[in-house]
Design a binder for this molecule. Structure first.
Ligand code: LMR
Length: 390
C-alpha cells in the first residue's frame, strides 16, 4: 500500500482537534453549531427516539433497500408529490455519502461509458466517489471567484462537451463549497439544456432546509423531476435532522414506469454487494418525525431557527468585513446560502489564518459559516481582513 490521497476536510478536522489553543475557531467541516458551539440533538429527534425506545420490538434486518416507509417519507419531503410513486426507485444508504457512492455504482453498471460532469469547485469527495466506483468524470466551471457568483458562460461552454447519456451532477441547494445557488431561471434553462442534449441530471441535495426553506430549496430539483424522463437524486438527513453520525441517506432514481422495477431490483442488489443491509436507526427517526404532525411541526420550527441563525451570521460577518476592509469585497457572503462560502486565499494564507489567528478554513478558503458564533464574528472578520487583503 501507498498512503491514500489526503482529504482536505478530514485534514482540517484532525489538525483542529490537536490544536491546544482555547480560542481556536473551527470553520472547517460542515456541521451546524448553536450559539454555544454545540451540534445539538434536535428536540424532535429526541421525541422520535423516545417513541422508538418505547415501541420498537425488533432490531431484525430491514429490507435490502431499506424501509419502504422511509422511501415514501423522503420522496414526499424531497419531491413534494411532483412525481408519481410508480416512477420512483429508492434505496436507503449509509448517509448521503453512501447515496452518492451507490448512485455512481448504478451509473457505471447501467452504462460504463457514461461520464459524470462535476462542478469546479465541488465537495472534495464527489470526484473521489466517482473514481472509486470506476466512473469517468469531467469538470465543468461553476464559480467566478472575483464576482462571487456563478460562472454561467463557463459552465455552459464546458457542458457543451457532454455526450448523450452522460450525467451532470448538480447541487440541489446550498452549493458546497461556494454557497452560490441556481436561480429559478437557471434551473429552467438547465432543464431545457439537459432535455435537448439527452443528458441525465444527478442532484445531490444534502442541505435541504438550510437555504430558503424545505420547499424552496427543492424547487429546482422538482422542476427537473417534473420535466425529464430520468433523474438521479442523493439526499441526506445528516444536516437537516442533525443526524450526522447515524448515516441516514437515500438515493432515488426517477425513471419511466417500465424501467422502475428493474432499477429498484438493481439498487437493492448494489446495497447487497457493498454494505449489505442499510443502517436503520436514523432512517426510522426521520420516518417517525415526518409521519407525525406534531413532531414534524417541531422539527420544521427547529430547522427554521437553524437556517435563520446561519443567515444572520452571514449578514453579521459581511457587515464586520465591510467595516474591517472599508469595501464591499465580501458582500456576497450575505446573499449566498447554506453553510459554506468560498473566500479564496492561497495555501500560505489559509495556513497563516490557522497559525496566527486560530481560524480553521478548508483549503481554497471554504468557510463553514455555521461554525461562527455571535462572539467570534468580529475576531474572525479582523483575521480574514488582515490575511486575505494583505
Ligand atoms: C462537509 O462538506 O464538510 C460535510 O459534507 C462533511 C463531509 O463528509 O465532508
Amino acid at each position: 500500500l501507498t498512503p491514500p490521497p489526503p482529504d482536505a476536510i478530514l485534514q482540517v478536522m484532525q489538525t483542529f482537534r490537536e490544536d491546544r489553543r482555547g480560542d481556536k475557531v473551527d470553520l472547517g467541516v460542515g456541521v451546524y453549531r448553536d450559539a454555544t458551539g454545540l451540534t445539538p440533538v434536535m428536540r424532535a429527534v429526541k421525541s422520535a427516539e423516545a417513541h422508538l425506545v418505547a415501541t420498537q420490538d425488533s432490531k431484525g434486518y430491514v429490507a435490502m433497500a431499506g424501509d419502504a416507509a422511509f422511501h415514501a417519507a423522503m420522496a414526499r419531503l424531497v419531491l413534494g408529490g411532483t412525481v408519481p410513486a410508480a416512477r420512483i426507485a429508492a434505496a436507503a444508504t449509509t448517509g448521503g455519502t453512501g447515496a452518492v457512492r451507490q448512485a455512481m455504482e448504478l451509473i457505471h453498471t447501467a452504462d460504463p461509458r457514461a461520464r459524470v460532469w462535476i462542478s469546479q469547485p465541488t465537495w472534495p469527495n464527489h470526484p473521489a466517489l466517482a473514481q472509486s466506483a470506476g466512473v469517468e468524470w469531467r469538470p465543468y466551471r461553476y464559480y467566478d471567484a472575483e464576482a462571487g457568483a456563478i460562472d454561467r458562460a463557463g459552465m455552459m461552454a464546458d457542458l457543451d462537451g457532454a455526450r448523450e447519456d452522460d450525467v451532470v451532477l448538480l447541487h440541489g441547494c446550498c452549493h458546497n463549497p461556494t454557497g452560490a445557488d441556481f436561480t429559478g431561471r437557471d434551473w429552467a434553462e438547465m432543464a431545457a439544456f439537459l432535455e435537448r442534449r439527452g443528458l441525465i441530471p444527478f442532484v445531490d441535495i444534502a442541505y435541504q432546509g438550510f437555504g430558503e426553506g424545505i420547499d424552496a430549496d427543492a424547487a429546482g430539483l422538482r422542476h427537473l423531476a417534473s420535466r425529464l424522463p430520468r433523474v438521479i437524486i442523493a439526499a441526506s438527513a445528516a444536516k437537516n435532522f442533525g443526524l450526522y453520525r447515524e448515516r441516514a441517506g437515500i438515493y432515488m432514481v426517477i425513471c419511466p414506469p417500465g424501467e422502475r422495477d428493474t432499477t429498484q431490483a438493481m439498487m437493492a442488489w448494489l446495497n447487497r454487494s457493498s454494505t449489505g443491509f442499510p443502517p436503520d436507526h436514523g432512517t426510522r427517526v426521520v420516518t417517525t418525525i415526518l409521519n407525525n404532525p406534531a413532531m414534524k411541526a417541531e422539527w420544521l420550527d427547529e430547522l427554521t431557527d437553524m437556517r435563520e441563525r446561519v443567515n444572520g451570521l452571514r449578514a453579521a460577518l459581511a457587515n464586520a468585513l465591510r467595516r474591517e476592509t472599508g469595501s464591499d469585497r465580501f458582500g456576497y457572503l450575505a446573499a449566498q446560502r447554506g453553510m459554506f462560502s468560498l473566500l479564496g486565499g492561497t495555501d500560505a494564507q489559509i495556513a497563516r489564518l490557522r497559525d496566527e489567528f486560530g481560524l480553521y478554513l478548508v483549503g481554497g478558503g471554504r468557510m463553514n459559516i455555521a461554525g461562527l458564533t455571535e462572539d467570534t464574528v468580529d475576531r474572525v472578520a479582523a483575521g480574514l481582513a488582515r490575511v486575505l487583503c494583505d
